[in-house]
Ligand binder design. Structure first.
Ligand code: PMP
Length: 428
């Protein structure tokens, strides 16, 4: 009998004291099968596992690493800041730099508050919207994931879809009844919901480009109707840009589709790989937050100096001329190349990208609805995933997650991945 790899040894050990061996469910390879890879190092577009195998990384820590792993300028900012303090729990000038920068870049932000994760950002933004309107009802869309706070774990995407459990246990029915779930990209359902409940709807939260049921692009008329209906009915519109912020373009999805939301939530890229989230928006609403207003929200490590330093350094890199043009072109090069390779070998496959994020589908065309995503061939995805992993290309271990390209991926890296896929499809 051969000795198990170091990776397999670690995974066996992991399961003794950590549920499922992972600290976040989608890492677990449950739906694709096999053991998650334990990584020891990341450099640019590549990661290396404990057995010394190197992969081109299309997960990028689920989005934050838009500059790639271990960018020297990000590391320098982190090291310099850490040498002075890991945390004060008091204001620092860098938090002002971050707030000013975010409000400069995103025109709909008058004020912003920093938190430590995307979950905190969306949870706080929803409490704020409820406090501001004095209403309870929350509208979300099937398959969208907004973090793991109770009100949002109703028909959610990401790991909940991956494991076929879109409604989490442990959410009181008394709370879930205040969440109304509508189909994504369905204007008629949205209009009907507002016709029936308009004066009770506190808030509509949406992933303007969905990255948590694979990737689904919005129909422009869907976002437009959402903006008009929320405005007309005095409901708060939250664009959850935890994933899309600074990822699909310099002004996120709101810039891409020209929608002026009331509140926006951010995370991932704005922390550059360290824990940072943010929520912000119109002054009139943001002034309801403590200590100015009656809606409570707080955090021991909010605006943590080291995390903010990493985020600021990362955002600075995204300000370079042509940054998003190059990232967008490179991501499209990947999806176009994969589609061409599949077509050449007669494999039913489609793909699309928006800025630096992409979706891969074992389906004849890119899905626009939850039902269409559910109809994709998951077994084919799992086969593709493992064949690519063996060849040294690391994609998200689920058919329901978007993928990410960083500025460190070169055309040659992308072409290497396309060539590997070509070989996989040739043997399909
Ligand atoms: N909103 C969206 C759109 C997300 O994609 C995620 C995480 N993938 C979250 C919120 C939650 O963020 P976090 O995992 O940092 O809590």
């Amino acid at each position: 009998m051969s000795t198990p790899s170091r990776n397999d040894q670690l995974f066996a050990r992991a399961q003794r004291h950590i549920p499922g061996g992972v600290n976040s469910p989608v890492r677990a390879f449950r739906s694709v099968g096999g053991a998650p890879r334990f990584f020891v190092e990341g450099k640019g577009p590549r990661v290396t596992d404990v057995d010394g195998k190197t992969y081109l990384d299309y997960v990028c820590s689920w989005g934050p690493l838009i500059a790639g792993h271990a960018h020297p300028e990000v590391l320098a900012a982190v090291n310099e800041t850490a040498a002075k303090s890991l945390s004060f729990g008091a204001p620092t000038e860098m938090e002002l730099d971050m707030a000013d920068l975010l409000c400069d870049i995103l025109p709909m932000l008058d004020m912003v508050r920093l938190v430590s994760s995307g979950t905190e950002a969306t949870m706080s933004a929803i409490r704020l919207a409820r406090g501001y309107t004095g209403r309870d009802l929350l509208v979300k869309f099937e398959g969208c994931y907004h973090g793991h706070s109770d009100s949002l774990l109703v028909k959610a995407g990401s790991g909940l879809l991956t494991f076929g459990n879109p409604d989490s246990a442990g959410v009181p029915a008394d709370l879930a009844k205040h969440t109304l779930v509508l189909p994504y990209n369905d204007v008629t359902a949205l209009e009907a919901a507002f016709a029936e409940h308009g004066d009770k709807i506190a808030v509509v939260i949406v992933e303007a480009v969905v990255g948590n049921m694979n990737l689904i692009a919005p129909k422009p008329e869907f976002l437009k109707a959402m903006r008009e209906l929320t405005k007309k009915n005095g409901s708060v519109l939250i664009f959850d840009e935890v994933m899309t912020g600074f990822r699909v373009g310099p002004q996120g999805a709101q810039g891409l589709f020209g929608i002026d939301a009331d509140l926006v939530t951010l995370g991932k890229v704005i922390g550059g790989g360290l824990p940072v989230g943010a929520f912000g928006g119109k002054r009139e609403i943001m002034e309801k937050i403590a200590p100015l207003g009656p809606v409570y929200q707080a955090g021991t490590l909010s605006g943590n100096p080291v995390a903010v330093a990493a985020g600021l350094a990362t955002l600075k890199l995204t300000r370079a001329p042509g940054f998003y043009e190059t990232l967008t072109a490179r991501t499209k090069r990947l999806t176009d190349g994969l589609v061409a390779a599949a077509k050449k070998h007669g494999v039913v496959f489609s793909a699309q990208s928006v800025g630096g994020m992409f979706g891969l589908y074992f389906a004849p065309e890119c899905p626009a609805t939850y039902d269409a995503v559910m109809a994709c061939d998951k077994e084919a995805f799992n086969r593709f995933f493992h064949a690519m992993l063996d060849a040294g290309h690391y994609f998200a271990p689920s058919a329901f997650e978007a993928g990410f390209v960083s500025a460190a991926h070169t055309d040659a890296d992308i072409d290497a991945t396309i060539a590997a896929a070509d070989a996989v499809f040739a043997a399909w």
